[in-house]
Design a protein around this ligand. Sequence first.
Ligand code: ZN
Length: 301
Amino acid sequence: MDRRDFLRRIRKLNVWSARGERAPHKPLLLLLALGRLQRGERRLVPFEEIEGPLTVLLRRFGRPRKVQHPVYPFTFLCKDGLWEVPAADRVPRTAAGSFAKKPLIRDAVEGGLPETVHRLLLGDAELLANAAQLLLQAHFPESLHDDIRDAVGLRSEWLVRDAQASARDPNFRSAVLRAYERRCAVCDYDIRLGDELLGLEAAHIKWHAAGGPDRVDNGLALCGFHHKALDRGAWGLEPLRQGFRIVVSSEVHGQSPALDWLRDFHGERLRRPLLAHDVPLAEHVRWHRRQVFRPPALATG
Ligand SMILES: [Zn+2]
C-alpha cells in the first residue's frame, strides 16, 4: 500500500449513511491506533488492552447509547484494509458477524494497523497527521477536535485541511450572528472587546461533518461555552408549537455555581431569530437529539 492508496481508504471510511446516522466506531479506533503509533507503542495490541480506552472514547464522542460495542470496529475495520487481526480465522463469531468477545479476551487476541500501513506511517509523520485530520474533519465538529486528539494522545504538528471536507460557506457565520442579533441564543451572552464580538460563535445544529447545511435554519448563535456543550450533547432542543425549548442532559455534573447556571436553562425557550424563515428546521433538531444529545434530560420541574 502506498501513500495515495492509504489516504483513499481513509476517505472511503468517511461515508455517512443516508439517514445521517453517526458511525464513529472505526474512526475512533483508527485515531486511537494513530496515537499509539505516534508514541512508539507496539503495533499489535490485545483486544482486552484496547477495549477500555475505546469504550471511553465511544462513550465520550460516539452516539449516546446504553451499551457501546468496541468489538465492532475491532472486527469490521479489517474489511477496509486498515486493521489486522492475525488470528482472525481462529476466533469464533457472533450472529452479527463480529468476533465473540469472550474468546477475544480468553485467547488474548491481538489487532492493529496492518504491517504495511504501520511501516508507511512510521516514516511519514505528516501522513499520519494528515490521516488523523481527515478522520476528525469527516466525523466530528471542529469544536471537539482538540478534545479527541487529547483523548487519543495525538500530537498534531501538521494541520492539513481537506479542502473538500471543509468547504464552508463564508457567509454562514455572519448570517447566523445577525439572525440572532449577535447574542447567544441560550444565555444572551453578547460581550464585545472594542467593536469586536468576543467568543460568540455560529454553531451548526446538524454537524457540518454529518452533512448539515451552512444555512441559518441549521445554525445558532452561541457563546463559546454553549457551542461546545451543544456539540458534546450536554444540551439539546425540543420542539414547541412555536419555536423550541432547551433541554439539559442529566449527565452534566459539577460543584460550582456554574452548574446551577447551566441547569437553569432547562425548559427555557430558545431565543428566536429575527426572521421566521431562519427558525431551525425540525429535522436538524431531531438529528441532534438522536445522534448527539446525551439522555436522559433533566426532569422538568
Ligand atoms: Zn451562552
